[in-house]
Design a protein around this ligand. Structure first.
Ligand SMILES: C[N+](C)(C)CCCC[C@H](N)C(=O)O
Ligand SMILES: O=C(O)CCC(=O)C(=O)O
Ligand SMILES: [Fe+2]
Length: 372
């Protein structure tokens, strides 16, 4: 991008119209400008924080402006003086600004093994390019594989830390699970699990789920099932918009109960960004649905109809990617988007892994300049 320049600035009532060298023009309200003064008494540039309470910012008016190619100087009615650089102001064109914040998931269905990142652990942990490759794959497809990892909880933990940090929940930080009932949950059995998102009963579901199959011996089955929750939701919107709409507005309650714990949370199954229409989160878990009461017959019937309509996309075998996790390969997936499951199995199957908070993995992606 070329460097932003200012071609002119004109005060109009309580706002300032700034014309940029590229022909674009942006209107800034005076209250916004006063709030965004970057002088040292208004902004701590070392901590990137505002210095004043919003109630302390004076309701000042613009007395005078002077501009050149690179900046605008404003003199305020309370004698304060502010300087705004062209580069700073140019970032606040609403459309461009909003667009720059959008994530751009690449919707998929079926086998995506040749699309996603498969990065060797040394490359992931030690090189910026390796890390970028993994996080870009998580942003694009919601899945990434890290290969050549030591077949141990310790080696897996290193990967979890680098993906944003281990998130502690009732299941622990790093967890290891097999068919022993360490928690009151079907994951700790050999039963099949249809595609689902974890933690629908938490106020904030885990951002990533990381799984490493440490062992599967003397048995069969235990295939991993992944399906793009956004693809299914999108298909539903095209095919049955009413069902889609219902799932974006109706609060479906979920719960998790075990000795000493009772988690419950109620929210729409499909969360959409109201401004952009972008899909933000899927909260789909048929097992962890709580028993609930309905306001009326219509809501009750819509609940079953629309959940089944969505489920059909997730259970459609041609939408799913099925494969066998192997010791040494760590799988990370976006639990806000991708649903996971497994087929039933026999034999001794041991997995370990952790959750990572969404805030924390997006923080990594931002630090790598992959998103804004
Ligand atoms: C991942 N780990 C083995 C710790 C537990 C899984 C919890 C499963 C729970 N039914 C849910 O879907 O959230
Ligand atoms: O056993 C598996 O592969 C996954 C089980 C599961 O859904 C989970 O641990 O959240
Ligand atoms: Fe799960």
């Amino acid at each position: 991008m070329t460097k932003a320049t200012i071609a002119g600035a004109l005060a109009v009532d309580t706002a300032l119209d700034v014309l940029f060298g590229d022909g674009n023009s942006i209107r800034f309200e005076d209250c916004w400008l006063r709030d965004h003064c970057r002088c040292s008494s208004c902004y701590h540039s070392d901590t990137f924080q505002r210095a004043n309470h919003i109630l302390e910012i004076p309701d000042a008016t613009i007395l005078n402006i002077e501009s050149n190619e690179t900046q605008i100087d404003v003199e305020w009615s309370d004698n304060h003086k502010s300087t705004y650089t062209a580069e700073f102001l140019s970032k606040f064109d609403y459309k461009t600004w909003k667009e720059s914040k959008r994530l751009k998931p690449v919707l998929w269905h079926g086998d995506i093994s040749d699309k996603i990142a498969k990065v060797h652990v040394d490359e992931f942990l030690k090189s910026v390019d390796g890390a970028k490759h993994v996080f870009q794959s998580l942003l694009d497809y919601g899945v990434a594989l890290i290969e050549g990892v030591g077949v141990s909880e310790e080696a897996t933990e290193e990967v979890c830390k680098a993906l944003g940090g281990v998130q502690h929940t009732i299941f622990g930080g790093m967890w290891k699970f097999t068919t022993r009932a360490d928690h009151a949950d079907t994951a700790y059995t050999n039963l099949p699990l249809a595609a689902h998102n974890d933690n629908t009963y938490f106020t904030e579901a885990a951002g990533l789920q990381i799984l490493h199959c440490l062992e599967h011996t003397n048995g069969t089955g235990g295939e991993t099932i992944l399906v793009d929750g956004f693809y299914g939701a999108n298909q539903l919107n095209k095919e049955l918009p009413e069902d889609f709409k219902f799932l974006t507005t109706f609060n479906v309650e979920a719960e998790y109960i075990e000795e000493g714990h009772h988690h419950t949370y109620s929210a729409p199954v499909i969360r959409v960004d109201n401004d952009t229409g972008d899909l933000v989160q899927i909260r789909f878990n048929v097992y962890d649905r709580a028993a609930m009461a309905f306001r009326n017959s219509n809501d009750c019937r819509s609940y079953y109809r629309s959940l089944r309509s969505l489920a059909k996309h997730y259970e459609n075998i041609s939408n799913q990617w099925r494969f066998k996790l192997k010791p040494g390969t760590v799988m990370a997936m976006d639990n806000f988007r991708v649903l996971h499951g497994r087929t039933g199995f026999s034999g001794s199957r041991v997995l370990c892994g952790s959750y990572v908070a969404r805030s924390d993995w997006l923080d990594r992606a931002r630090a790598l300049a992959l998103i804004q």
